[in-house]
Design a protein around this ligand. Structure first.
Ligand code: FES
Length: 569
């Protein structure tokens, strides 16, 4: 133990400060040799009863600790803010950057040499990665893991995806309210994250494809004993990573982001991955842009999971999980390091698929060219996103008349009106739901189909907004229109009756209105004043970047790896 570790500055001194740092820790019963210069491993935990998807993380932390002790390290668990996607208002995304600040400052301020990130629910994984990237210690991830498959009336049902379907069926009079309520308990019947390929499982799959976790982390169910074993092995590995000085930035490079984009396309991953990857890249000062997501646009869909397919994460796990996907993608994967100090291709090497109806081969995919599609045009000069694998083929090339909702409240108040002047060919437009407008860029882009059309059997329409949508959602939904309406983007000037053209093939989103007329509308436009005048929400509003820059706060981009030299006493 000749090399002085980062933690030495806290626990190595024979002076008053060293006494203070060690002595207070000893009140927990740690012996002298815990401070003998061994790697001190922080376990950054987003456990919370208000984040039900992360409620299994206390047990997993114990698994990590076993591994850290076994490898000769000293584990210390600490809490950070937790973000319960289904529980927070106005939206958990408003607080992703606050979690990232908490993670960054906690890691930096404490005397740890490496960190294990325990996250799972949608915003917890990216928030933790953003924060950890800005400190750049050896870092590894253990995810919550998905819930067991939902079960109801003899069928498998998927988190989120079936909620959207059931609620439309109730509105169409095809499902009773009693059945709707009864499905609740069957949908969420174990610990873990949404068991569809929603944002949580997308981010866990991406983490694995970026080599930031051990192989198989993405799909093992939360309650599978093998996840506890994975946590144990992760604890062992982070101690070795500290010995090897394998920093976050030595694992994750630009090539890792390209692999993430490829993997996201192959698994039919969430549109939310776009803003999260852009934000993490921003922290690492890696030049990633919306255009880079084109890399995934020609990648076929290999994973037949909801919302793009029919199976669930438990099935994905038993079919072989991410190692099979990485094996299928191996010819395309960029050479990139992993937490094992080995190339990412080794994560998939020799992986066998046990069910080709769940994971297809690259040559016989479930859908061709299913990756996210980036659209540009006068309606989205800085881009917008569409997920073709979850959209209706017949709407991917479409021109229709806009029907505009000026706010989320207006949409909710009027969407069920029998006299709403819309047809199945209308383009529903929603304003004021971007990073600043909502604020927090809520997952409201998949507006419900107007009730009168639901009754006629319409189940999908083109919808355009500056919002995001849940990774579990589906439909021909154009999201993240940038600049957002609240920033004075063209979206702010769309009026009911204007024509809008969409071409997924050509990557086009156009407002078919003369520029002169758009300019005229702009002259009389007044932005809605922010309702937040204090606290974090005000800071967020004043500093949030647009979606094409990852919606991080402008002053958080980049990193600070300078050692801390000042003492507290
Ligand atoms: Fe937490 Fe889906 S709501 S993972």
């Amino acid at each position: 133990m000749s090399k002085k570790r980062r933690s030495h500055a806290w626990y190595g001194g024979k002076d008053r400060d060293g006494f203070i740092h060690r002595s207070w820790m000893k009140n927990q019963g740690f012996p002298d040799h815990a401070f003998d210069g061994r790697p001190i491993i922080g376990i950054c935990n987003t456990w919370s009863e208000l984040t039900p998807c992360n409620s299994g993380l206390r047990e997993l932390a114990e698994g990590v600790k076993r591994g850290v002790w076994e490898a000769g390290g000293f584990p210390v668990e600490f809490p950070v803010m937790s973000l319960g996607e289904t529980q927070m208002k106005p939206t958990a995304m408003l607080f992703r950057n606050l979690l990232a600040m908490d993670v960054e400052e906690s890691i930096r301020a404490y005397g740890i040499d490496g960190v294990v990130l325990l996250g799972g629910c949608d915003k917890t994984t990216p928030g933790q990665l953003m924060g950890a990237a800005s400190v750049d210690l050896p870092t590894i991830v253990v995810s919550s893991g998905p819930m067991l498959n939902g079960k109801w009336q003899g069928k498998d049902i998927g988190s989120g995806t079936d909620v959207w379907k059931f609620s439309e069926s109730v509105r169409a009079g095809e499902m009773t309210l009693h059945d709707f309520m009864a499905a609740e308990s069957g949908m969420s019947r174990s610990k873990g994250v949404c068991m569809t390929m929603g944002t949580a499982s997308t981010m866990a799959s991406i983490v694995e494809a970026m080599g930031m976790s051990l192989p198989t982390n993405a799909a093992l169910p939360a309650v599978d004993a093998r996840r506890m074993a994975l946590a144990h092995l992760t604890g062992k590995r982070i101690v070795e990573m500290v010995e090897e000085d394998l920093l976050f930035s030595k694992v994750v490079t630009r090539e890792s982001f390209e692999n993430a984009i490829l993997a996201n396309a192959a698994v039919g991953g969430s549109t939310n991955a776009v803003v999260h990857l852009l934000a993490i890249a921003g922290r690492m000062e890696i030049d990633l842009s919306l255009n880079d997501f084109e890399l995934g646009s020609k990648i076929p869909l290999l994973v037949n999971c909801m919302p793009s397919g029919k199976y669930l994460m438990e099935d994905f796990c038993y079919a072989g999980g991410m190692p099979v996907v990485l094996n299928e993608l191996s010819a395309l994967l960029r050479p990139a390091n992993t937490v094992l100090s080995k190339d990412i291709k080794l994560y998939g090497e020799g992986a066998k698929c046990w069910n080709n109806d769940v994971i297809s081969s690259f040559d016989k995919p479930f859908k061709e060219a299913a990756g996210l599609c980036v659209l540009y045009g006068n309606l989205a000069p800085r881009g917008a996103i569409l997920k073709p694998s979850a959209a209706s083929d017949h709407l991917l090339e479409h021109e229709g008349e806009a029907y505009v909702f000026e706010s989320i409240e207006e949409m909710k108040d009027t969407i069920n009106n029998d006299d709403l002047p819309v047809t199945k060919d209308s383009v529903l437009v929603l304003k004021g739901c971007g990073p600043k407008g909502y604020p927090g860029m809520a997952e409201v882009g998949n507006m419900p189909i107007p009730a009168k059309l639901v009754k006629e059997g319409v189940r999908d329409m083109v919808r355009v907004s500056d919002a995001r949508m849940s990774g579990t959602a589906f439909g021909t939904v154009i999201l993240h229109v940038t600049p957002e309406a609240q920033e004075g983007g063209t979206l702010a000037f769309v009026k009911t009756g204007d024509r809008i053209r969409v071409s997924a093939e050509k990557g086009i989103l156009e407002l078919l209105v003369e520029q002169e007329e758009i300019d005229k509308r702009q002259e009389s436009w007044i932005p809605t004043p922010s309702r937040y005048t204090r606290g974090y929400a005000k800071m967020y509003y004043d500093h949030v970047l647009q979606a094409d820059q990852g919606a991080d706060l402008d002053f958080l981009v980049g990193k600070d790896t300078k050692p801390i030299t000042r003492e507290s006493h």
